[in-house]
Design a protein around this ligand. Structure first.
Ligand SMILES: Cc1cc2nc3c(=O)[nH]c(=O)nc-3n(C[C@H](O)[C@H](O)[C@H](O)COP(=O)(O)OP(=O)(O)OC[C@H]3O[C@@H](n4cnc5c(N)ncnc54)[C@H](O)[C@@H]3O)c2cc1C
Length: 428
């Protein structure tokens, strides 16, 4: 259907995993920023929708959803400032291919390239790597359509609020474009090792995670072996990928998928073959369904100093979580200064869980997982399933109150508020 304003209207829309149907009455798809401004100004309740890859109701609203998928696509590289400016709905896969074509790179990618830049940044989506901040840390500037339909532009360093605006949870307005730091393109070599020893990995955890530019460990927490380690090495750093063994594990003989029984052909190039960063830093290839599809996800970001203790805690919870799991992933991220980033102020590890798609059973075990990880100050991923509400989240974020005040200033009438924000951010 086409509205009077010329924008597409859709109803009965679901998220990517299909585990939730948006309550929104419609999805609007403006084709210009001016059209977007009119939509925002005229709406009483509205939320920006990215590529729908979140597993909870963070993107939902009882008003209208607005997708930027059809906003005139733009990827403008500025080689002087080494930045690229992109429209908010641009997917990382599209951006990565274009940057590589022009000889540039982003510092990192998430496991999947399918997600929109604005949606990923809004939830502090991350990849892995001891020295790599999450994807939001690459944001050097952004353009926001605010509640009154006006445009607010902000650049890193220009305003003290900038660090509060980047991981915005969609609460501050609709991000129409972002300016991201870029660097010269770099080749990457990816190798998967299988069947590692938990004892060896935990005794040498810092060496394990620093052995390549990006390291991921895949486990079901059960037993004394770790299923897989994925090492993504910049070829100029080499090292890890050329090893004959890795903490008790051996190199995989063919391409692997993190989930047992799923073909490795849907994953990015492995087996030590060097190639562009854009084809190696994500785990999953753009042209296939990432991960499994029929799944749910949760993730807890834990300060690096507690890494080994938190991992041992998860292993002790194996009897609770393993029966519901497709796979778990352990990654690392560098500290940042973004107010609502789960990596705020601390190097972190991510304890990620890809669940079977049984939401009542998953929601029944989340409180046990969160209670067990609470002593480590674990912060949940904003885009995945978690139990904690605002009263438990607020003490974990030193700038939580500042974020609420910023949202109050930018959106005084609560146009961008939704049930998720009411419970997880603004509730008591
Ligand atoms: C298979 C799979 C693999 C994943 N792998 C990873 C991973 O490796 N690392 C990781 O950290 N996460 C991962 N995730 C989670 C995912 O990255 C986040 O949920 C991310 O937010 C999804 O982005 P999206 O574009 O789909 O946003 P949506 O889910 O559509 O929206 C998320 C939030 O962003 C806001 N938003 C979207 N667009 C805008 C805009 N233009 N302006 C303002 N706010 C906006 C929405 O309002 C909402 O609050 C994965 C998810 C899936 C399904």
């Amino acid at each position: 259907m086409v509205s009077e304003a010329g924008t597409e209207l859709h109803t009965e829309e679901y998220n990517w995993a299909g585990n939730l149907r948006y309550a929104a009455a419609e999805v609007r798809e403006p084709r210009t920023v001016a059209e977007l401004q009119d939509l925002v100004a005229g709406a009483s309740r509205l939320r920006a929708l990215g590529s729908r890859h979140s597993f909870n109701r963070i993107a939902d609203t009882t008003g209208a959803l607005v997708s930027l998928e059809h906003l005139a696509p733009a990827i403008e590289v500025d080689s002087g400032s080494m930045t690229a400016t992109v429209s908010g709905g641009t997917r990382y896969g599209t951006l990565a291919a274009e940057l590589q074509r022009q000889g540039y790179a982003l510092h990192n990618l998430a496991s999947l390239p399918h997600i929109s830049v604005a949606g990923a940044v809004a939830t502090a989506t991350h990849g892995s790597g001891d020295r790599n901040g999450n994807l939001a840390t690459a944001v050097a500037g952004l353009e926001l359509v605010t509640a009154d339909g006006g445009i607010l532009t902000a650049r890193r360093g220009d305003t003290p609020d900038f660090d509060g605006m980047v991981v915005g949870l969609g609460a501050l307005g609709v991000v129409s474009s972002l300016t991201l730091d870029i660097e010269p393109a770099f080749p990457v070599v990816q190798t998967v090792f299988e069947n590692l020893s938990w004892d060896q990995v935990l005794e040498n955890f810092d060496d394990v995670t620093s052995s390549a530019y990006s390291v991921s460990l895949f486990t079901d927490w059960n037993g004394d072996r770790i299923g897989q380690a994925w090492l993504k090495a910049r070829t100029e750093e080499a090292g890890g990928a050329e090893r004959a063994s890795f903490y008790g594990g051996s190199p995989a003989a063919e391409a692997r998928h993190p989930i047992a029984g799923v073909s490795g052909s849907t994953c990015t190039q492995q087996l030590g073959v060097p190639g562009p960063w854009s084809d190696r830093l994500a785990h999953f290839r753009m042209e296939f369904t990432p991960s499994k599809g029929d799944e749910l996800q949760s993730e807890y970001l834990v300060p690096r100093e507690h890494a080994v203790d938190a991992i041992q805690t998860m292993r002790r919870l194996s009897h609770v979580v393993t029966p519901l799991l497709l796979v778990s992933e352990i990654r690392t991220m560098a500290a940042d200064s973004l107010w609502l980033s789960p990596n705020y102020g601390t190097d972190s590890i991510g304890l990620h869980l890809t669940w079977r798609q049984d939401q009542p059973a998953v929601e029944a075990v989340l409180p046990a997982v969160e209670t067990a990880l609470a002593p480590f100050g674990a912060r949940p991923h904003w885009g995945k399933l978690f139990d904690a509400g605002a009263s438990r989240l607020a003490p974990l974020y030193p700038r939580f109150a500042d974020f609420k005040a910023l949202a109050g200033r930018l959106d005084p009438e609560g146009k961008f508020r939704n049930g998720f924000l009411d419970t997880k951010v603004f509730g008591s």
